[in-house]
Ligand binder design. Structure first.
Ligand code: PHE
Length: 344
């Protein structure tokens, strides 16, 4: 009986001392295994006198019970310890400060381009695109500006070779589209894109800038259609209540040609520093497509007429956002671009 007591105490002490599941398993084998101490006690029962057997047997069973229960408790204790240890080890420190993502901004010229595109697509226009490296033929010849025409001087050109140049205006696209239509009207499109001129960069000039051409060719198109369209554009881009006026001008590819002014959105036409007291701001050039241009592109000028305009996107953006130096658009200075962050 003492031996049983001793085995039980030893076993419970060993269980208490086990520090991990592996050593606890060793304890289990040592005491409860087939050749373990408790089994050994059982086999000792055989050699006992008959009357002592029941008491001995039940004490061994109690001992076995106690040891098993202690083992189970210890087992679940060690298991949860190891689970917590693992959780601790695998913990992700979500308190770390995140690296701030730099979110880009739309470039103001892109915003103006999209605004113009949305406006004209809403009126049923399509958007055409074309090459920035252009043939002299489309940039000048088809636009009624033959070689030696003095109007070529108005647009100092970057030539790549005698027949290839960086387009000086989106009118080159207008010519491509007219030619492509093979005399079939109606045509209703805008062509936004970059253009290049050999200007010295300063606050109001840039050797690269953006334009959008507008072109409509159909039967019975008049200057009144042009005026209504541009008035709608002025009201959408610069706010309701804008009026526009036409001043006579000259472009070889339009006849008549006009410069278009919009009533100053800053002073409502009263006169301020932006419009230099005149109440008007010049925004674009336009006109009726020259009959010779229609003819060269295979349209019957007796049947069809059209209007065209070319608007400078920097000019619109400068007015709209109060930007006083055109070079800002091309410096990629984040402090400037950040002003157009729509997420702030
Ligand atoms: N191409 C002209 C320019 O660059 C603008 C324009 C386009 C004028 C279409 C009339 C018609 O200045």
């Amino acid at each position: 009986m003492d031996k049983i007591q001793q085995v039980q105490e030893e076993a419970l002490a060993a269980i208490a001392e086990a520090t991990d599941l592996e050593s606890l398993n060793q304890v289990r084998i040592q005491y409860l295994g087939k050749k373990g101490s408790i089994q050994e006690l059982m086999s000792e029962m055989k050699s006992l006198p008959k009357e002592e057997k029941p008491a001995f047997g039940s004490k061994v069973n109690v001992c076995k019970q106690e040891v098993s229960t202690a083992l189970e408790h210890k087992q679940s204790e060690l298991e949860s310890q190891s689970l917590f240890a693992n959780l601790e080890k695998e913990k992700i420190d979500i308190t770390l400060e995140e690296t701030k993502l730099q979110i880009g901004t739309s470039h103001p010229l892109v915003m103006i381009q999209q605004e113009i595109e949305n406006l004209f697509v809403g009126m049923g226009y399509t958007i055409a695109e074309g090459p920035e490296v252009e043939e002299d033929y489309y940039n000048f010849e088809l636009a009624n500006i033959p070689k030696d025409h003095p109007a070529r001087d108005m647009q100092d050109t970057f030539y790549i070779d005698p027949n290839t140049l960086l387009r000086t205006h989106t009118t080159a696209m207008q010519m491509r589209e007219l030619e492509k239509a093979k005399g079939k009207a109606p045509i209703k499109l805008i062509c936004p894109g970059k253009v290049y001129r050999r200007d010295d960069d300063d606050a109001t000039h840039s050797h690269q800038f953006m334009q959008s051409e507008g072109l409509v060719v159909a039967e019975n198109i008049t200057l009144a259609d042009l005026k209504g369209t541009l008035e709608h554009m002025a009201n959408t881009m610069f706010g309701n209540g804008r009026t526009i006026r036409f001043r006579p001008s000259y472009f070889p590819f339009t006849e008549p040609s006009v410069e278009v002014d919009v009533s100053c959105p800053f002073c409502n036409g009263k006169g301020c520093s932006v419009c230099k007291g005149s109440g008007w701001i010049e925004i674009l050039g336009a006109g009726m497509v020259h009959p010779h241009v229609l003819e060269m592109n295979g349209f019957d000028p007796e049947k069809y007429s059209g209007f065209a305009f070319g608007v400078g996107l920097e000019r619109v953006a400068m007015l709209k956002y109060g930007i006083d130096d055109i070079r800002n658009f091309y410096l990629n200075d984040k402090r400037f671009l950040q002003n157009f962050n729509r997420f702030d």
